[in-house]
Each structure stands twice: as structure tokens, then as C-alpha cells.
Design a protein around this ligand. Structure first.
Ligand SMILES: [Zn+2]
Length: 93
């Protein structure tokens, strides 16, 4: 049980920054490796019902506190602001 409190090093899925976190408390999100987005989310930022296949292949990815804060800021106000979201390109490097 105590194992989950041991800090580990991982790479933030959004900004690719290496950061230290404890698995028990880090913010994660399910990411569909086919799209690099949440299952059911389209590249336009709209959400549709995820397919069972998308959910099945999705993996949990960690996000650093900076990106979590950006995501919260991004979600409020609800207006889409593409220029404020540093979207990583999963196909590069
Ligand atoms: Zn990050």
C-alpha cells in the first residue's frame, strides 16, 4: 500500500516535461493513442460518445501540475481558445 506514496519520475503527456510525482496523487487522464485525445474527444474539441474500442485501447497518462492548471483555466471560461492550449504533437520526437 505504501508503495504508491513513493515519488516517481514520469513525463507529462501534454508538455513532455519530466516531473516528479506520487502515483497516488498525480492527475491522470485516459488518452486514446489513436488520436492523442480523451476517448470520444475529436480534434475539434467536441465530445461524442466514445467507441468501446477507443476506451479499450486508451491508457492513463500523467499530467504535470502546470498542465492541470492550464487545463482548468482552459475549461473556464467555456469559450474555445485554441491559442492558450499548448497542444503537443504526439507524432513528433
Ligand atoms: Zn505538463
Amino acid at each position: 500500500m505504501g508503495d504508491e506514496q513513493i515519488p516517481t519520475i514520469g513525463r507529462c503527456y501534454a508538455c513532455k516535461r519530466t516531473f516528479r510525482f506520487t502515483p497516488a496523487s498525480v492527475m491522470t487522464a485516459m488518452i486514446d493513442p489513436e488520436t492523442g485525445l480523451l476517448p470520444g474527444m475529436t480534434v475539434l474539441g467536441t465530445v461524442r460518445e466514445p467507441t468501446p474500442e477507443a476506451v479499450a485501447r486508451s491508457v492513463e497518462e500523467p499530467f504535470c501540475p502546470d498542465c492541470v492548471k492550464k487545463a482548468v483555466d482552459f475549461a473556464d471560461p467555456p469559450a474555445l481558445q485554441f491559442d492558450t492550449w499548448p497542444r503537443g504533437d504526439p507524432d513528433r520526437d
